[in-house]
Ligand binder design. Sequence first.
Ligand code: CA
Length: 411
Amino acid sequence: METWIDIPKNSDFSIHNIPFGIFSTKDSKKRVGTAIGDMILDLKLSSDLGVFDNLNFDFNVFENEHLNDFISLGKSITNNVRLIIQKELSDSSSALKNQSNLLIKQTDAEMHLPLKIGDYTDFYSSIEHATNIGSMFRDPSNPLLPNWKHIPVGYHGRASSIIVSGKNINRPKGQVLLPNQETPSFQASEKIDFELEMGFVIGKKSNLGESISTSEAEDYIFGKVLFNDWSARDIQKWEYVPLGPFLGKSFASSISPWVVPLEALDSFRVEGPDQNPKVLSYLECKGLNNYEINLEVAIEPDNSNESAVCSSNFKYMYWNMSQQLAHHTINGCNLNVGDLMASGTVSGKEKGSYGSMLELSWGGKKPVILDDGNSRVFINDNDTVIMRGYCEKNGKRVGFGEVRTKLLGSK
Ligand code: CA
């Protein structure tokens, strides 16, 4: 597939991608666009030219402030919108060509949170991550809890504090138990961390009481984003027993602005790791259910260049998205369009592939050296954490852009 748009080499937003997002410019309100190369194609203005006329839906969804109504049209429409965009951008006689107002430079636009997220769930599905955490805090000879290989472990997180890339956050305050103390102190967290994750967006609702099988699960997934599950390790450590993460997580989570449809990732499917012991039958899966997605994290200190600190891959995940959804709904819990499910920290086997500072610095014991000579055990004030992700195979590249968040000092 060739396009008449000039796409820079190694662009995440090739003609094979066609992600959806919400943008605005100084002249226009929030609206739906797709990223292509360094540009954004305005889908409302495209619809005004009649390119989607063969599809039966209300084009006003392209003027909404979130993607939810567009996604709710269902894959029979949204996949066809994507195919039409690809066809128009490939056709040198397209009605979209030579319409200067249709294509906006990404640098001239502001990106917004793409979804109205009703519910957010975070899983814990990387065996390497769970093993590292279990080794550090429990027993290195028996790091996984007895349930881990039987259940895609997860918890219900907070949706209201999910922010889009580019927004800054403040270092949160809370209760921490300082070393050699018996009672907690109230202070700014001293252990702010990132967690390298990917999120997937629910594209089809299910009814209360209904369960989704592993074979149906991908029909319910619209697409994927990069996800940074910001974590305050000292607050988390004091509060998490017995009910799990709470204020140590809910101060912020960041996502990338472009939702990459699952269909754009189809050629990057791979087999997942062997699951031993055998899972219960409702979690059994056939086919290629993992995805090969290169993931990277960099830290950019204030007034310095960024340093890569982690290189991982989504293919390492022990539990795949279909199993996560089958498990999530096996008790009849219903899903809504725009719900977000995050994978859990994506760590690999090698040290440089660990997806959090907690693991990279092994609990703060081994500082990570940055390119400018400075070191980090956790994230400092005014550091920007940048996550990137892309798939690449046979010259075809589909990427997620980045999620970039600066940590400011506490208020
Ligand atoms: Ca997490």
